[in-house]
Design a protein around this ligand. Structure first.
Ligand code: ADP
Length: 323
């Protein structure tokens, strides 16, 4: 950036210098023209040059240089600002890429190490059934963590290549939410209290798998970023033709400045070296994309007295009332 600022300053100074030179050149041309006219007057008895015409002409050229110069300067400054903006964005992106590589290495290494350890233990020792089952179920849950990580990366590639299609159909969202919570989410929630407030009979045009992924991502974050034994509340309500699915936690919350950035690809709050939670910074990027693909909105706000609420707003199926 320092080199960039130096270059821009140099270009602007050069620009001013050239503007001055052009003005000075014009002045000299006019002076010489005046001398020629004076010589002609002396030798050929031509009419004397009016001094007012000379200053008027010089004034005109001065304002021409100022006018055109200002427009060029403006374009130059706009160009420099655009380059600076792109440059800063590139730097942030490359920092995020570095963060992503660090976190993905962590993310891949830890499940692989625990699966390996579980398999080695199973191979070398004869264990009683209970211990054996525990090792197998741990290895299985690590495998599904790996699979969901790979799924997220694949999904991101599809989204970035505009290669992702939704298959929406009219679905009872109340039922879909409840069954997802009961079957896939609640059994894994050993360290948090789950409260559900799901109004019955709300329909929406939804992609079954995409919606499951939205809920899984929001729930995973609520669990990761709130303390053990705290409460997570999932609700479904309707408001003026909209359905609102809200996931509220009692964690540390997200500052206003970070709220604007957490939906960026690879973005994670804090520093990779000091952060304790696992993640890749892809969850909210994917979630926001999927919600938007449903013509919906993903909103983040503070929970009271503390924590975060993520709200998915989507259109209610119009014939809902008659269902
Ligand atoms: P990941 O969880 O893999 O880091 P996400 O895209 O899901 O990536 O989230 C981006 C960042 O937003 C997280 O790193 C975290 O700092 C912040 N965040 C997301 N959900 C919550 C939450 N419920 N409470 C506090 N911070 C959150």
């Amino acid at each position: 950036l320092l080199v960039f600022y130096l270059l821009v300053t140099y270009v602007i100074l050069q620009f001013g210098w050239w503007a001055y030179l052009i003005y000075d050149l014009n002045k000299q041309i006019l002076l010489q023209k005046q001398e020629i006219v004076q010589l002609e007057t002396e030798h050929f008895d031509a009419p004397l040059l009016d001094h007012g015409v000379f200053t008027q002409e010089l004034d005109k050229r001065f304002w021409m240089v100022i006018g055109e110069g200002s427009i060029f300067l403006l374009i130059l400054i706009l160009g420099a600002l655009t380059i600076r903006k792109t440059f800063v964005k590139e730097m942030a992106l490359s920092k995020m890429h570095k963060n992503f590589l660090l976190s993905i290495t962590h993310e891949l290494n830890s499940p692989i190490a625990s699966i390996k350890l579980a398999l080695q233990t199973l191979e070398k020792r004869t264990l009683d059934n209970e211990k054996r089952n525990l090792l197998v179920s741990n290895a299985l849950s690590e495998t599904s963590r790996l699979a969901s990580l790979v799924d997220n990366i694949l999904l991101t590639t599809k989204i970035d290549d505009s290669n992702f299609e939704l298959h929406t159909e009219k679905i009872d969202l109340s039922e879909l939410l409840q069954s997802n919570l009961d079957r896939s989410i609640a059994p894994k929630l050993s360290n948090h209290h789950l409260i559900t407030k799901i109004e019955k009979g709300h329909f929406a045009a939804v992609d079954f798998l995409a919606f499951a992924s939205i809920l899984a991502n929001l729930m995973e974050n609520a669990v990761k970023y709130s303390p053990e034994k705290s409460t997570i509340t999932v609700s479904l309500t309707s408001q003026q033709n909209k359905l609102i699915v809200a996931v509220a936690d009692e964690g540390a919350g997200i500052s206003e400045a970070e709220k604007a950035r957490i939906f960026d690809k690879f973005y994670r709050v804090g520093n990779e070296d000091t952060r304790k939670t696992k993640g890749t910074g892809l969850g909210l990027y994917i979630t926001k994309y999927l919600v938007r693909a449903h013509n919906g909105q993903l909103i983040v706000r503070d929970n009271q007295p503390k924590g975060t609420v993520f709200e998915v707003h989507i259109n209610q199926f119009q014939s809902d009332a008659t269902e």
